[in-house]
Design a protein around this ligand. Structure first.
Ligand SMILES: [Zn+2]
Length: 357
């Protein structure tokens, strides 16, 4: 079992450690080129320095502590990363040499599905770049991300850790990030985050299933099983890249379910029509209500009923208009103005920062 390395970061995770009951297990892990250890779990009972940069760690697992069955180590390594640039048609990969083959496979996958995505979204992408990262402490669960700073989307970053998962997981995460770029290209702001994330998961699973990777079926089943138990989905309406909720997984699932139910009711063509109209509008969509308006036009039905049933509010600023109509309540207005200035200041800081979607 080797570590995942992207200098200066390195990450080691053992396979599940199993041994017979009533016995203890001794596990030795040899780490090379170590600069320093940042975190390990569990704690080794002994550390042996073989030489300046090589470390031998001893872990003892006792049968009564069966709950811990993996070893995880975050550390820094010596040496510089040698990055290689790979270009396959419109996609560019920037990768450490040791992961070049994996990067090529991702770019081949992007090329394979490109026509399909371009047809669904009615748009073309130019020069999208992809990079890898090894997880730092607390990042293992992030499969991939794309930095977003209100005016542009950055390169796609994929967590190299997921290459060890069942075929389909890593690929789904890669396509998920690419779909964010398609959505941005037709003018959907990541500020309607539920729409971005729901679409990114819905269409990536759809494509990965068509290719036939088993991982896709598992992700889909998991989303649908959990999603069908959710009574309301509307809590996702206020989800933005500026605030990460604690129960993030629920937000992804509920966002996915909106697409799942729309597909069930109106069929897949509804999405192609929706993206066509959005692309034609040449305006940036920043509100759920704008999307619902377009859905109404396409279906000839009042789809807002469905959204309201799901618990969406579909309000876009009416609340503030009502407040400001009471002009005689000067004190209240001044207070509200101060609050708005405060929010605007925070927002200004927010748009300067980079967020991840
Ligand atoms: Zn995403």
């Amino acid at each position: 079992m080797s570590s995942l390395i992207y200098e200066p970061n390195a990450y080691f995770m053992s396979p599940h450690i199993m041994f017979s009951l009533n016995e203890n297990a001794l596990i030795k892990i040899l780490l090379q080129n170590v600069e320093n250890i940042e975190y390990y779990y569990p704690k080794p009972y002994k550390e042996e320095k073989i030489n300046e940069k090589t470390l031998l760690l001893y872990f003892i697992f006792r049968s009564f502590s069966q709950r811990i069955n993996r070893i995880e180590i975050y550390y820094k390594v010596t040496g510089k990363v040698f990055l290689e640039k790979v270009k396959i048609n419109r996609f560019i990969g920037i990768t450490p040499l040791r992961y070049k083959k994996i990067m090529e496979n991702i770019l081949f996958l992007y090329n394979e599905i490109y026509e399909n995505l371009s047809k669904i979204f009615h748009t073309n992408l130019e020069n999208v770049s992809v990079r890898f990262f090894t997880p730092k402490l607390g990042e293992v669960s992030i499969q991939g991300y794309t930095p977003f700073n209100a005016s542009s989307l950055g390169d796609i970053y994929l967590n190299i850790f997921y290459i060890r998962f069942i075929k389909g997981y890593f690929e789904q995460a890669a396509i998920h990030e690419l779909i964010h770029h398609f959505l941005w290209s037709i003018g959907i702001s990541p500020e309607v985050l539920w729409f971005h994330e729901g679409a990114a998961n819905f269409f990536s699973i759809y494509l990965i299933k068509r290719i036939g990777f088993e991982g896709a079926e598992m992700i889909e089943k998991d989303f649908i099983n959990k999603g069908k138990k959710m009574e309301y989905l509307g809590f996702i309406e206020s989800w933005t890249p500026y605030h990460q909720p604690i129960n993030m997984q629920d937000y992804y699932i509920a966002s996915y379910m909106v697409f799942y139910y729309l597909n069930e009711t109106y069929g897949f063509e509804i999405f192609e029509k929706l993206f066509y109209v959005i692309n034609e509008k040449k305006e940036i969509i920043k509100e759920t209500s704008e999307i619902v308006h377009i859905l109404n036009d396409i279906t000839g039905e009042d789809t807002s009923k469905k959204f309201l049933e799901w618990g969406f509010s579909l309000s876009n600023g009416n609340y503030y208009e009502k407040i400001f109509s009471y002009k005689n309540q000067i004190i209240e207005s001044i207070l509200i103005s101060l609050i708005i200035i405060f929010i605007a200041l925070i927002f200004r800081i927010a748009i300067k920062r980079k967020f991840k979607i």
